[in-house]
Design a protein around this ligand. Structure first.
Ligand code: GTP
Ligand code: MG
Length: 307
């Protein structure tokens, strides 16, 4: 079934894409999906295309991520590119992400070059929805030129998102009281572009100056700090230019790495099937009592999962 769906996805079937994303979001048949993605397709309408640009927009709740993304969708569409959005929502898929969909739908409801999906982020897993890497690969395979991720900034989650995205756009707003937080959490270090959003507010320039000063103090690299107001319709072209000027950070997924991920999934499945195993229980107890070292317990566990 997965191979069939992927074949349809590769030929531009949006229903197949939607179904595969849902299956992935539920964590089902991941090994099948990953192995099917790893097999080069023949013939493929995607071949010869330049790789997708994955851009993460991160920042506190209410900073205006969805509104800004809605605006950028229009800008990117006007350049003739196809764009997909994965909006990670920490609470429920019905608030932030759906709101973004609503906003965009208000503008243009029948555009085939746009795809928006909201995802529930898992608690205890940063601000990132599970299996986001596989979802990005699915959207890439479909042929989107730009893939936007909306994630609520949460320190650790930002670090994770950096591994998935080519470009991380950190959004701040004037008078948010966020300034102490971002300096402490090292969040600035994860950003490739910093947006002071809602720059229609009077203290925006002051905030931008503070950010520039903090950057000068903490890092040697130069990070663009841009003022953008979606309300006043200012700064979006400059933002997109800054994003496009950055190199694509992600390397094409290596087949060896995909295979390794599948091996890990298989081992996890075996482990879950053996939770009640007496041998395993004995090993865990001995380790807890300090009778076997951690290194040796790990070796024994790996060997016991070999078949
Ligand atoms: N003043 C001003 N307000 C804005 C601007 N852009 C968005 N807003 C307002 O900011 C509020 C939050 O916007 P959202 O786009 O929902 O913010 P978000 O970061 O996606 O929020 P979450 O998804 O809840 O994390 C809304 O009330 C917007 O109308 C702007 O450029 N200027
Ligand atoms: Mg939002």
């Amino acid at each position: 079934m997965i191979a069939g769906l992927l074949e349809r996805l590769r030929h531009g079937d949006r229903n197949a894409l939607a179904r595969l994303l849902s299956i992935t979001a539920r964590g089902e048949q991941l090994a099948d999906i990953q192995s099917a993605l790893a097999i080069p397709c023949e013939p493929s309408p995607v071949r010869g295309r330049s790789p997708s640009r994955v851009v993460a927009f991160t920042g506190s709740g209410g900073v205006g991520k969805s509104t800004l993304i809605g605006k950028l969708i229009n800008l990117v569409r006007n350049l003739g590119r196809k764009v997909a959005v994965l909006a990670c929502d920490p609470q429920s898929p019905l608030s932030g992400g759906a709101l973004l969909g609503d906003r965009f739908r208000m503008g243009s409801s029948t555009d085939d070059g746009v795809f928006i999906r909201s995802l529930a982020a898992q608690t205890g897993h940063g601000a990132i929805a599970d299996h986001l890497d596989v979802m990005i690969r699915l959207l890439e395979t479909f042929g989107f030129d730009a893939i936007f991720l909306e994630t609520v900034g949460a320190g650790q989650g930002d670090v994770e998102v950096r591994n998935l995205a080519d470009v991380v756009v950190l959004m701040l707003q004037p008078e948010s009281g966020d300034d102490v937080q971002w300096e402490k959490a090292g969040i600035l270090e994860c950003a490739d572009v910093i947006v002071v959003h809602k720059s229609d507010m009077p203290t925006a320039e002051q905030t931008a100056a503070q950010v520039r000063a903090a950057l000068d103090l903490s890092m040697g690299r130069s990070v663009p700090v841009l003022r953008v107001s979606t309300k006043a319709n200012q700064g979006h072209a400059e933002l997109w230019q800054a994003i496009e000027a950055l190199p694509l950070r992600r390397r094409p997924a290596s087949a060896a790495l995909l295979l390794f991920q599948m091996a890990v999934d298989t081992l996890r499945q075996r482990f879950e099937n053996r939770q009640q195993d007496a041998e395993l229980r004995k090993l865990v107890e001995a380790w807890q009592r300090g009778e076997v070292s951690t290194a040796s317990a790990v070796e024994t566990l790996v060997r016991s999962l070999e078949s």
